[in-house]
Design a protein around this ligand. Structure first.
Ligand code: UDP
Ligand code: LCN
Length: 824
């Protein structure tokens, strides 16, 4: 397929080129468009469009010529087409974040450009003609509030919002030097922690006074040794109007002063960022991660409980470490406080999710605070799926506010930064941040909207099961409330060449009969930032670090992998222990495609002759699963093992919950000179990928989603396409074949993976980035106060008048054994 077009210049729009392209192939195109309107498929995806086109052109050469030409290119960049005879309306996406909409009249092939709103109306006509034509149908336009806000223009800037925001702040400060810098001085004057003033006091309340004092202070420091502690010149500094927070020694203080002097003289983004990375603004952080079983042990594998919990806990450890370092370097002695707020689950199923307060392991000052879901009947005891969680969230926020006395007490102060995780956590975080006026960062490890085809158009059909109307609305509320959005990869925001990003899909969409979102979120908004997670390197370290290895687990792992018994922890066995092992570990969801990998293995004789397969996933008895998808996958696994006669070459191990043991398992697989395979149909980020790479295990990971950015194909691992099983299994087989001939091949990829991790995917890099975001966006929020408040008003209206009505349609759970039918 023509992926990048030499024929169409960047500057040319589809509207300019499509009429010509159609008229060049008029005969075939008339036939083709006739078919498009006759198929009866009203929402056509790319493969439908291609299929029909191929069927009308019989001559192979003609077909190839057409597909390689301009028309082929236009089609390849088409995401979907809505058929409303005689029109076919196309949504075309030439590049990540860039969309164009045209309608083609199938009778005469005339082409007209249409707006995204008109395109949405076409889609609506397919399911709800009356609503589509209602002039008063509700349109949601968050973009309308952003008219004088900066927006980026380049695809390459997407996800790099901090840089852009620093530039924009600089230009604002520079606009009329002098008077425009006063907000910066005011901001510094406002800094304090637990009643103690920081950086400057009222003596330095104007730009000129501050500048003059900084110059004197800077000169005075030149005569001191670099390591002279702040205390040794504190008194002199205080007389000049300075407070603590500039640094812990003369060198650091001098550097910080220098950054600020540069900014005051002529603001530039580099010095601004450097200065703000040192401003003592953030000490207390509250994180919300509400659903699932949020705990520190025995929770993985429980419903809705996967990578998000791992991510949040590791994030806390990393942020506390970074805060401790920063506070020390600022010359301060405050304690940082981080609180993860989650749901208290009285029915804790053997976990610690019924404890109110729990210290976070490997931290000194961080805790998990659990607040129960309250209903009319008191505290809800049982677990609630993330899809059904909406009715409890407002009360939960209220209870958190009541508990906020508790939060404030635990933290010894108000939070300086609030971070939400996933739809539920983000919504509560945005309500809370709004109430307290705190800076808000949001994270959505995986937004649900793109996971289900046409989830917006089909919302009415899906709502009883998934409550997407609530979810998408809640997501928009928090995205728009957020001061910054943390994503793990570029693709999460704006996708890849072929697939729109998770956030991008919220740009414009429609829930026919409910609302037409003409502008939900803009991927060019500078609030978007990429900060990829890491893996806990005290646990996931290379197999070569022998003295550190968790040898105590090795006998159990030996049993787990190689014993011939089948029990409720493992089934299948490995006949030839000398072969390398290909290994995978994931929840047994359809999207994780563990069954796909098993099938590829079953079908590929060459691969089977080279390696054994070990998978850790789910459990073995479908009747014990609560989840329909999981049940199907379990049955499928059994069937595949039987069909391909895999016993002797496969070991299927039930879900594992001990991360220390898991890390040793990755390393033991590395000892066999094996590999990790992540075959998901789509993966938002993929923590297992970086866990394996951290252990030095060569990794093959899906090219659908985040892993495509983590792995540089052939250098730090390999990318595989889950849609082409043969190709993928052969790629794995080729690797092992090559390793047989040249053992250096294995180590090259293992080393490449480790190098990649240490350069880009560590928690230190993450924590540093996120705290810098906290600092810069807090200042930006201040500078941009009026605009922000106006938008917040719109959001409040949307929340109260729209979202709350949707929540009323979600049944409330009951702890009674046979609950009465819900009243809708
Ligand atoms: N995991 C585990 N036991 C299992 C399956 C997964 O401990 O049986 C862990 C895995 O090590 C990783 C997390 O759960 O830390 C899964 O995160 P990932 O991002 O791969 O997927 P998610 O489950 O979040 O979709
Ligand atoms: C959720 C997912 O689906 C994974 O892809 C991520 O790795 C995980 O959260 C942690 O961010």
């Amino acid at each position: 397929a023509a992926s990048s077009s030499p024929i169409m210049k960047r500057s040319e729009s589809v509207l300019d080129t499509m009429p010509e392209a159609l008229s060049q192939n008029r005969y075939h195109m008339k036939k083709c468009f006739k078919k498009y309107v006759e198929t009866g498929i009203r929402m056509m995806k790319l493969h439908h469009l291609m299929q029909e086109m191929e069927s009308v052109i019989e001559d192979r050469d003609e077909k190839a010529q057409l597909l390689e030409g301009l028309l082929g290119y236009i089609l390849c960049t088409t995401q979907e087409a809505a058929v409303v005879p005689p029109y076919v309306a196309f949504a075309i996406r030439p590049n990540p974040g860039f969309w164009e909409f045209v309608k083609v009249n199938s009778n005469d092939l005339s082409v007209d450009g249409i707006t995204s709103t008109d395109y949405l109306k076409f889609k609506e006509m397919i399911v709800d003609d009356k609503w589509a034509n209602d002039e008063n149908a509700l349109e949601i336009d968050f973009g309308a509030m952003d008219f004088n806000l900066p927006s980026m223009r380049l695809s390459s800037s997407i996800g790099n919002g901090l840089k852009f925001t620093s530039k924009f702040i600089t230009s604002k400060l520079y606009a009329q030097c002098g008077s425009q810098l006063q907000p910066l001085v005011d901001y510094l004057l406002s800094l304090n922690h637990q009643g103690e003033k920081l950086m400057i006091n009222d003596k330095l309340n104007t730009v000129s006074k501050l500048q003059a004092a900084l110059i004197v202070a800077h000169t005075s420091l030149s005569s001191l040794p670099n390591d002279a502690p702040y205390q040794s010149f504190e008194l002199r500094f205080k007389e000049w109007g300075f407070e603590k927070g500039w640094g812990d020694n003369a060198k650091r203080v001098q550097e910080t002063i220098r950054f600020l002097l540069e900014v005051l003289q002529a603001p530039d983004p580099e010095n601004l960022e450097a200065f703000f990375s040192r401003v003592p603004k953030i000490f207390n952080i509250v994180l919300f991660s509400i659903h699932g079983y949020f705990g520190q042990s025995n929770v993985l594998g429980l419903p809705d409980t996967g990578g998000q919990v791992v991510y949040v806990l590791d994030q806390v450890v990393a942020m506390e470490e970074e805060l401790l370092l920063r506070i020390k370097q600022q010359g301060l002695s405050f304690k940082p406080r981080i609180l993860v707020v989650t749901r208290l689950l009285p029915d804790a199923k053997g976990t610690e999710c019924n404890q109110v307060l729990e210290p976070v392991s490997n931290t000194k000052h961080s805790h998990i605070l659990r607040v129960p879901f309250r209903t009319e009947k008191g505290d809800l005891r049982k677990w609630v799926s993330r899809f059904d969680i909406y009715p409890y969230l407002e009360r939960f926020t209220q209870a958190c506010s009541d508990a906020s006395a508790k939060i404030t007490e635990t933290m010894e102060g108000k939070p300086d930064l609030i971070i939400g995780n996933y739809t539920d956590g983000n919504l509560v975080a945005s309500l809370m941040a709004n109430k307290l006026g705190t800076t808000l960062g949001t994270i959505a490890h995986a937004l649900e909207k793109t996971k289900y085809e046409d989830s917006d158009m089909k919302w009415k059909q899906l709502d009883p099961k998934y409550h997407f109307s609530c979810q998408f609305t809640a997501d928009m509320i928090s995205m728009n409330s957020a001061d910054f959005i943390i994503t793990s990869t570029f693709q999460e925001i704006a996708g890849s060449k072929d697939r729109p990003g998770q956030y991008e899909s919220h740009g414009a969409f429609t829930l026919p009969g409910l609302c037409r979102v003409v502008s939900g979120i803009n991927v060019f908004d500078p609030k978007f930032n990429i900060a990829s997670p890491g893996a806990d390197q005290t646990v996931y370290f290379p197999y070569t670090e022998t003295p550190k290895r968790f040898t105590t687990f090795q006998p159990a792992i030996e049993e787990l992998l190689f014993s011939k018994v089948e029990n409720n922890e493992h089934i299948g066995y490995l006949e030839d222990k000398s072969k390398p092992i290909i290994f995978s570990m994931a929840r047994l969801d359809t999207v994780k495609n563990i069954t796909g990998l098993t099938k590829w293995f079953g079908e590929n004789k060459r691969l089977r002759s080279l390696v054994n397969l070990v998978v850790v996933a789910g459990f073995f008895d479908p009747s014990k699963s609560k989840d329909r998808e999981e049940m199907e996958e379990i049955k499928k696994m059994h069937l595949l093992i039987e069909t391909y006669e895999l016993k002797g070459q496969i070991r299927w191990i039930a879900a594992q919950t001990d991360k220390n043991r898991n890390s040793e398992l990755y390393r033991c697989i590395a000892d066999t000179k094996g590999a990790f395979v992540q075959p998901a149909l789509y993966e938002a980020f993929g923590l297992t990928v970086i866990e394996a790479m951290n252990c030095g295990l060569p990794t093959f990971a899906t090219n659908q989603g985040g892993p495509a950015e983590i792995i540089v194909d052939g250098v730090s691992g390999f990318q595989i396409d889950p849609n082409y099983g043969d190709e993928s299994s052969n790629k794995i087989a080729d690797f092992f074949q090559k390793c047989k001939e040249d053992p250096g091949n294995w180590s090259r990829i293992s080393d490449g993976g480790l190098k990649r991790i240490n350069e880009c995917y560590t928690w230190r890099i993450y924590a540093n980035k996120v705290l810098n975001m906290g600092n810069i966006y807090t200042f930006w929020k201040q500078l941009n106060k009026e605009q922000k408040e106006a938008k917040q008003r719109y959001i409040e209206l949307f929340y109260n008048q729209h979202y709350k009505n949707l929540v009323r349609t979600v049944p409330i759970a009951s702890d009674e054994v046979n609950p009465p039918a819900p009243v809708l």
